[in-house]
Design a protein around this ligand. Structure first.
Ligand SMILES: Cc1cc2nc3c(=O)[nH]c(=O)nc-3n(C[C@H](O)[C@H](O)[C@H](O)COP(=O)(O)O)c2cc1C
Length: 393
């Protein structure tokens, strides 16, 4: 019996051929159990526990397609012939416990810092325009042939994801990595129809890849696209300056055949364009303008956002914000269809079950030092860009 307040979030959701048992999603998050570029037995046990704990849909941690420029360091997965058997066992474990499962396809773009001795360390680092932020270099601008080559690698990865039993894939176009470097005007100054001032031009490559993935893996597969306004290198960044720009993107995203848009924000309840609507968050705007099913993420159940928490470490103590009234109110108002629970899923494998049973007192507080110990040991120091320490935005 669900806690009465939260009951609406325990209704099923149909996304094309896929039915989720509830609205709770575990978004993509590295945990530090990666071995030889793929999931390990620990990864499998870890995600199986989150599926047993009640999540409706689980996204794998970010995973690069098998392309030389996608290999970075030991913490990050790749979907290749060597790892696919382990991916198959992971899909089987998650789906066997009742959750849907999709692999998040990601590419570091100009954020990559090749690490000596790691596979393909000699391969060039590629980005849309050689930038990871205005005035900050990262990689070199891709040629059109390289874009085609990488698109083919994404498509192969999506086909492999389906072949190993995943329900689909998510194209990671958020947080300042390759696809987001295309979307963001600061990092995409290409003049070949794939960049510049127009949203349609900047979205052309990510959406062409998404559409090709849909074409390759068929109408029944889940194809999600994750985007964010903010970047790890700039919390105040915006891909879409106005609702009109977001609307333009929304139409193109629908045309690309996406099943859903996964809208990543630092705080799910923050109004996006307060002068236009005093309350509506970016997820709500997206659902209104794109007309696709939308997932929201960002500090649900927690007092402090993940990016301040992960990179800055300067905020007052993290606390559980057990009051989910605001979440339910926005859900009832039609701002989003699914809710992404990040760090609280790391800390509580059975987060969803605890909510369903109203056992808020049993929730364990996420603690970076404890929960991310393995990840921190795996990440090469200095090889991941720090968030820009701007004033809170
Ligand atoms: C350790 C860690 C790893 C993450 N890795 C990814 C990732 O691989 N891909 C991604 O899109 N987001 C990643 N994120 C962001 C989360 O998916 C999520 O958006 C973020 O934690 C905010 O949700 P929360 O406030 O509920 O934690 C990561 C977050 C954490 C804490």
């Amino acid at each position: 019996m669900a806690d009465a307040l939260l009951e609406p979030l325990f209704t099923p959701l149909t996304l094309g051929a896929l039915t989720l048992r509830n609205r709770f999603v575990m978004p993509a998050m590295q945990i530090g159990f990666t071995e030889n570029c793929g999931p390990s037995e620990r990864t499998i046990a870890y995600l199986r526990a989150r599926a047993e704990g009640g999540a409706g849909l689980i996204f794998s941690e970010s995973c690069a397609p098998d392309h030389p420029s996608g290999y970075w360091q030991a913490a990050f997965c790749v979907l290749n012939d060597e790892t696919r058997g382990r991916w198959a066992r992971l899909a089987d474990a998650v789906k066997g416990a009742g959750a849907a499962f999709a692999i998040q396809l990601w590419h570091p773009g100009g954020q990559r810092r090749p690490i000596a001795g790691f596979p393909h360390a000699d391969a060039p680092t590629l980005s849309p325009s050689g930038l990871i932020q205005k005035g900050r270099e990262g990689g070199r601008a891709m040629t059109r042939a390289e874009m085609d080559d990488l698109a083919a690698a994404f498509i192969r990865a999506a086909e492999q994801a389906r072949a190993i039993g995943a329900d689909g894939v998510e194209l990671h176009c958020a947080h300042g990595y390759l696809m987001d470097q295309f979307l963001w005007a600061e990092t995409n100054v290409r003049a070949d129809g794939y960049g510049g001032a127009s949203v349609a031009d900047r979205a052309r490559y990510p959406l062409a890849v998404a559409a090709a993935i849909r074409q390759a893996i068929g109408p029944d597969a889940l194809v999600s696209l994750r985007f964010s306004q903010f970047k790890e290198v700039d919390y105040g960044a915006r891909v879409f300056e106005t609702p009109e720009e977001l609307a333009e993107f929304g139409v193109l995203a629908r045309d690309a055949g996406l099943s859903m848009l996964n809208v990543s924000s630092r705080r799910f309840g923050k109004p996006e364009w307060p002068a236009r609507d005093p309350a509506l968050g970016i997820a709500g705007w997206t659902r209104r303008l794109a007309g696709l099913p939308v997932m929201t993420t960002g500090s649900i159940g927690l007092s402090r956002d993940m990016f301040a928490d992960l990179f800055d470490g300067q905020d007052p103590a993290l606390a559980i914000a057990a009051d989910l009234t605001e979440l339910v109110r926005r859900f009832a108002a039609g701002e989003f269809d699914m809710v992404g629970i990040g760090r609280m899923h790391i800390a509580n494998p059975d987060f969803v079950t605890k909510l369903r049973e109203g056992r808020f007192d049993a929730l364990r507080l996420y603690n970076k030092a404890v929960d991310l110990r393995h990840l921190m040991e795996q990440i090469v120091p200095g090889a991941v860009e720090e968030g820009r320490k701007t004033a809170e935005v």
